[in-house]
Design a protein around this ligand. Sequence first.
Ligand code: PEP
Length: 253
Amino acid sequence: MAKRTPLIAGNWKMHKTVAESVETAGQLAKMVADARDVEIMIAPAFTALASVSQVIRGSAVGLGAQNLFWEEQGAFTGEVSAPMLVSAGCRYVIIGHSERRQFFGETDETVNRRIGAALHAGLVPVFCIGETESERDAEKTFSVLDKQIQKGLEGFVSEDLSSLVVAYEPVWAIGTGKAATPQQAQEVHAFVRSKIEERFGGAMAESTRILYGGSVKPANVRELMALADVDGALVGGASLDAETFSQLVHFNA
Ligand code: PEP
């Protein structure tokens, strides 16, 4: 079977003003114009989405948001809905990032609602899962991930989830410089794929992209992307600089 088209996704978190975002996105669009057989996404802050959308229009770079709220509109001060993201030019949305789970009360149930709203609006959900260091030390990695997958995807059938992207991000690897080893990553990715197969069948398990996230850098991207069940990367720190992120995008050059 042909390997799934890898997705290299940048999560800019709470970084960059509108002007800085536009500058980086413009540089990146030029640097990756020659990239082949790879999908590229950047997720700037909400404030920069519409402007970045203009700069990357027609380029190889797709636009994502870092979160959404599941209602379409209404009295929900401070929230941003899926149709609003679509209208700002988004194609992807990151859902359930560990920083949202850790600092903003995100739960498997709210993740599930957000995924539903994203799918309803035609956005590609990048569904983040991952264990903490203490969970790994307590040998709970697989049970934690199993629960996140089951609850996060509860109520959906495979037809709903044809665009779904899963991102395995061990919390202990995010922003720490300590990436998972290739062996750790492959073991978990194979487990995640087996859970998708159990729940949704072999065809969906084969076609679903599972990204690795956590301290991906130019120095380790190649060995991670070579793994059988790793279909791309979700990148924080190393996505903020266009030149560095472009090196990640060109991992297969
Ligand atoms: C992330 O926040 O999704 C992430 C993977 O961050 P970093 O690449 O900085 O570890």
